[in-house]
Design a protein around this ligand. Structure first.
Ligand SMILES: Nc1ncnc2c1ncn2[C@@H]1O[C@H](COP(=O)(O)OP(=O)(O)O)[C@@H](O)[C@H]1O
Ligand SMILES: [Mg+2]
Length: 297
């Protein structure tokens, strides 16, 4: 039977499977122990692009999932990876912090540079590479512990332990994620008691606490109500001064609201990329035009 098109019930199964995979990844990411001091590598801060993907190809059992992806992601901007469901956005994002390694069925080839340093084939500790990037997934996965400890956990895996220091930093990152005022009187309560929108901001605080300079967010508002979604969007616009933000979405209007730069994907390929203004006002390909008109989704 041909199974390229999902029926809606299959799609639900897939969403559940995705959720459990993301849970696995988040847990993996935060459980992996980091040892030793922060090994600052030589970073070429002069590079125009923060992240550059060159000739990335990804196959699963001979099925092409990503086909010769070449992408340049500018630093201190919001880059939106846009495209219809199933076009490879999540897989591209997973390649950027090598989460693809958790899937033995994925055959990945190509190069990814961060600050000019190749990371996909690098022999550097993968945890060190991942620490450069904070992750937000489609649904928030707070760790099964208190609000305070969720954020402190991010700090601890960066190797910082003193209590007074922790208190200050936990407050700092909760403020950065615009959550402090809502939780300051219940820091010791379990994170699971927060609303979904608050949990997502808590996950943002935890991600920031690892001190990354890139934020990778895969449809981070898809499980949120409109107000919480707006909070995340607003937050990203503030944070881009200090971080390079890469966000996946299939919501055109969201992209139009916050993107500085757009990478548009379709069926495993990058069709078009460039400054958001150009992308929305002067699309170059027929596929992009059709997508912007809403004829494909
Ligand atoms: N682990 C996997 N095993 C099999 N197929 C996968 C796996 N991960 C992704 N795919 C397939 O790769 C394609 C791209 O998926 P994905 O990157 O999740 O798309 P998007 O995020 O744009 O919706 C889809 O056809 C999806 O079914
Ligand atoms: Mg996806």
């Amino acid at each position: 039977m041909e199974t390229t098109h999902f029926s809606s019930s299959l799609l639900e199964d897939k969403n559940e499977a995705d959720a459990s995979i993301q849970n696995k990844e988040t847990t993996y990411f935060y459980r992996k122990k980091v040892d030793g001091a922060n090994q600052e590598t030589e970073r070429n801060k002069g590079e125009a692009s923060k992240i550059e993907v060159r000739g990335l190809n990804l196959k699963i059992k001979n099925k092409v999932i990503l086909n010769d992806i070449n992408v340049k992601i500018p630093r201190n901007k919001i880059t939106i990876i846009l495209g219809p469901s199933g076009c490879g956005k999540t897989t591209l994002m997973k390649s950027m912090n090598r989460l693809t390694e958790l899937y033995p069925e994925m055959n990945v080839k190509g190069e990814i540079f961060i600050d000019g340093e190749e990371i996909l084939n690098s022999r550097r500790d993968v945890t060190e590479i991942r620490k450069q990037m904070g992750l937000l997934s489609q649904r928030p996965y707070p760790l099964p512990m208190s609000i305070y400890k969720n954020v402190a956990y991010g700090l601890k895996i960066s190797g910082r332990l003193k209590k007074r220091f922790l208190d200050k930093r936990v407050e700092h990152y909760l403020r950065q994620a615009s959550l402090w005022n809502e939780v300051k009187d219940r820091l010791r309560d379990p994170a699971s008691g927060l609303s979904i929108g608050q949990q997502q901001r808590l996950c943002l605080a935890r991600g920031l606490a690892v001190d990354p300079d890139i934020i990778l967010a895969d449809e981070p508002t898809s499980a949120l109500d409109p107000i919480s979604s707006q909070e995340i969007e607003k937050k990203f616009v503030e944070l881009k001064n200090n971080y390079t933000i890469v966000m996946v979405t299939h919501i055109l209007r969201q992209a139009a609201r916050i993107a500085d730069y757009v990478v548009f994907m379709y069926l495993g390929e990058v069709i078009e990329q460039g400054p958001a203004n150009e992308f929305f006002n002067n699309p170059k390909t027929e596929i992009t035009k059709a997508y912007l008109k809403g004829s494909i989704n």
